[in-house]
Design a binder for this molecule. Structure first.
Ligand code: CO8
Length: 294
């Protein structure tokens, strides 16, 4: 298993890989090291035949390993016995998917620095090169680059405590990982303009009403909901899911007519797969399809 400085990875037998952005003290801000690890890991998982779908979330309270619950309650009890029930200062680390690009890392840079290192172009590899479906479980703030990262995923499921926004204007800059483009396509010009120009944040409920996320669930359920969706997808044929994702994504890149033609060609191409034969014959025989991923 590879080791990471900024990520946590869990691979489940169901074929779902769960990645956590793991800089909770900096609200999972996207430093360049984190982005590099993330892109490399996603590309590795994309080629890993034991992985069928991917969940991306932020480290923090929303993620609890069931096996660790016993130790969690034991620790709470011991703490209670030692320190009594006095209210402690609330820990800061439970509330972010990602608060965006790392401002402290960007602060000293000048134009030539960001131009030469082609800052954030690496993130395009997630949107354009990762073929398996990625579900974002947004467990808190998704701001700036955090919101942009969620938007490069294929499905966004939000905690009822999540907040979305593109506050770059308050820092004297603008979104740099596709925010002005993907947000506009997701929620329309007027709303995207309002968010990008005011820097205001919106609630998960508002994001859902505007079509940015597919659903809002209670905070403690957000990861499980995303895993459930990922597991459903993991039960499909991997190549067919990849073809399907490619077809939906083409709608962002082409006219309707071109998109429909592209879809038609891909649809035809599925008839060259064993899984199309299996899927249709299983339906006729009232059996469950056994995908060969071929
Ligand atoms: N970068 C670095 N550190 C951060 C970031 C960030 N984006 N966000 C939070 N942190 C740090 C804080 O500095 C703080 O650290 P410390 O404990 O050492 O002081 C810690 O995380 C906790 O944060 P807060 O104390 O601020 O927590 P609050 O609960 O008070 O506030 C907020 C939470 C509202 C999320 C607040 O932290 C905030 O406003 N964060 C910044 C959000 C933001 O502006 N994001 C956009 C960044 S720019 C971007 O993403 C795209 C730039 C594209 C540029 C393209 C160039 C080519």
């Amino acid at each position: 298993t590879p080791s990471f400085e900024y990520l946590l990875l869990e691979k489940r037998p169901s074929g779902v890989a769960i990645i956590q952005l793991n800089r909770p003290k900096a609200l999972n801000a996207l430093c360049l090291g984190l982005l590099e690890e993330l892109v490399n890991l996603l590309q590795t998982l994309d080629k890993d035949s034991s992985v069928r779908s991917i969940v991306l979330t932020g480290a923090g309270k929303g993620y609890k390993n069931v096996e660790n619950l016993f130790f969690f309650f034991l620790a709470v009890r011991i703490k209670f016995c030692l320190f009594g029930s006095k209210k402690k200062k609330k820990k800061k680390e439970s509330k972010a998917f990602s608060a965006g690009a790392d401002i402290k890392e960007m602060e000293p840079k000048n134009y030539m620095d960001v131009y030469k290192e082609d800052m954030f172009t690496i993130a395009d590899k997630i949107a354009y090169n990762v073929r398996k479906p990625i579900i974002a479980a947004v467990n808190g703030f998704a701001l700036g680059g955090g919101c942009e990262l969620a938007m490069t995923c294929d499905i966004i499921i939000a905690s009822d405590k999540a907040k979305f926004g593109q506050p770059e204007i308050n820092l004297g800059t603008i979104p740099g990982i596709g925010g002005t483009q993907r947000l506009t396509r997701a929620i329309g010009k007027s709303r995207a303009m309002e968010l990008c120009l005011t820097g205001d944040l919106i609630t998960a409920q508002q994001a859902s009403e505007w079509g940015l996320v597919s659903r809002v669930v209670p905070h403690e359920k957000v990861l499980q909901e995303a895993i459930d969706v990922a597991e459903k997808i993991a039960k499909k044929s991997v190549p067919i899911a990849i073809i399907c994702k490619e077809a939906v994504n083409r709608s962002f890149e082409s006219s309707l007519k071109e998109g429909v033609l592209f879809e038609r060609r891909l649809f035809h191409s599925t008839f060259s797969t064993k899984d199309q034969k299996e899927g249709m014959s299983a339906f006729s025989q009232k059996k469950e399809a056994k995908w060969q991923d071929a």
